[in-house]
Design a protein around this ligand. Structure first.
Ligand SMILES: Nc1ncnc2c1ncn2[C@@H]1O[C@H](COP(=O)(O)OP(=O)(O)O)[C@@H](O)[C@H]1O
Ligand SMILES: [Mg+2]
Length: 341
């Protein structure tokens, strides 16, 4: 378990102070694939680097498995760092060394026996799908292959935590997908807790079970990916989520709606999991006898759960719409009124 306890970090220099992190508190449980998302400069890398004490908090502290890592001696810290692997955006491979030797680096540094190194490196290359590239050099590899080497190297010492700093940001979409699947496999099969920091919302959507949204050094939203994506609270989160899960009426449809003279309201309804849309609309139409039109719909899968977003036009005056929203509330379904701008 990784705990950030009221962590702040300031960098001072040239007469100005940057507050890279401000009172950040949250917990990453064992087995999580925890995502931190934010724009460039939000403080994500600073936060990630605190986990292996490459950065120290100005205030507050970081705990790993109950140990305050900011107060550890050098030798204790070295022990903790062995449990933590790190993957970088630019791969950080040694160009003059073969794939095999790159992956072996942490083992050599740990003074592992040569035969054990060989077995471990080959096992890792097999795991990341590069067994046939052991003798190749980084310059002969694609970006995705380089990142696989970076990942194999990060796993060499059998860590229980993997830190990924923008691990897919230098890759094309297809390669990104493949690397995300590899990270998921690492989490599932090797039981490794993963912390990813990224500015790519797709990474959070496809990979993570929990997410923290960061802005100017603050965590502005935190929760399960399912909760945050299905009901984003902050503007910034909404903007991120909208890029992968649209929830707005297309302009041409909006123009048609604006031209209508009869009274109506627009309701955005979110369904999670096995909530059935059909039954809701059927009830509204036949039991409440209110006419509805679906003016927008999107369905996506998150964390193996279906998220459906519908915008329905409810025909009628205020009282009629009230009847409908009371019914939707009674079904414990989230809704919001949508206003055309
Ligand atoms: N070593 C440093 N010295 C001075 N400022 C830094 C240092 N590291 C990061 N910063 C500043 O802290 C803020 C957060 O940086 P960073 O954690 O790298 O953000 P992100 O990874 O979200 O892009 C930025 O304003 C950055 O310029
Ligand atoms: Mg960064």
């Amino acid at each position: 378990m990784i705990k950030f306890l009221d962590v702040s970090k300031s960098f001072s220099g040239k007469g100005e102070t940057v507050h890279a992190l401000q009172h950040v508190s949250f917990t990453i449980e064992d087995g999580d694939i925890f995502g931190v998302i934010g724009f460039s400069g939000a403080g994500k890398s600073t936060l990630l680097r605190m986990v292996n004490a490459l950065e120290k908090p100005t205030d507050g502290h970081v705990e790993i498995d109950g140990q305050n890592i900011d107060t550890l001696s050098h030798s204790e810290l070295r022990k903790v760092r062995k449990k933590i692997g790190m993957v970088f955006q630019q791969f950080n491979l040694l160009e003059s060394k073969s794939v095999y030797d790159n992956v072996a680096i942490p083992l050599v540094l740990n003074k592992t026996e040569k035969s054990a190194i060989h077995a471990r490196v080959m096992e890792l290359l097999e795991f990341v799908g590069l067994a046939d590239k052991a003798q190749a050099y980084p310059s002969q590899l694609s970006g995705g292959q380089k990142q696989r080497v970076g990942i194999a190297r990060a796993l060499a010492t059998n860590p229980s935590i993997l830190l990924c700093d923008e691990a897919t940001s230098a890759l094309d979409p297809e390669t990104t997908d493949a690397i995300l699947r590899l990270l998921e496999k690492i989490n599932r099969e090797l039981n490794i807790t993963i912390l990813v920091v990224t500015h790519q919302i797709q990474v959070i959507q496809q990979l993570c079970n929990r997410v923290a949204v960061m802005e100017h050094g603050n965590v502005v939203e935190l929760g399960s990916v399912l909760d945050v994506f299905s009901n984003p609270k902050q503007d910034m989160t909404r903007r991120f989520v909208q890029t992968v899960i649209p929830d707005r009426i297309p302009d041409s449809v909006a123009a048609g709606l604006k031209a209508q003279k009869t009274p109506y309201s627009l309701l955005r309804i979110r369904f999670l999991g096995d909530n059935a849309t059909d039954n809701i609309l059927y009830h509204i139409n036949t039991v409440l006898q209110v006419e509805t039109n679906i003016v927008f719909a999107s369905v996506c899968e998150l964390q193996h759960t279906v998220l459906g977003i519908f915008i329905i036009q409810v025909m009628g005056d205020h009282d009629t719409v009230q009847k409908v929203t009371d019914y939707i509330d009674s079904q414990n379904i989230q809704w919001q009124e949508v206003h055309l701008s």
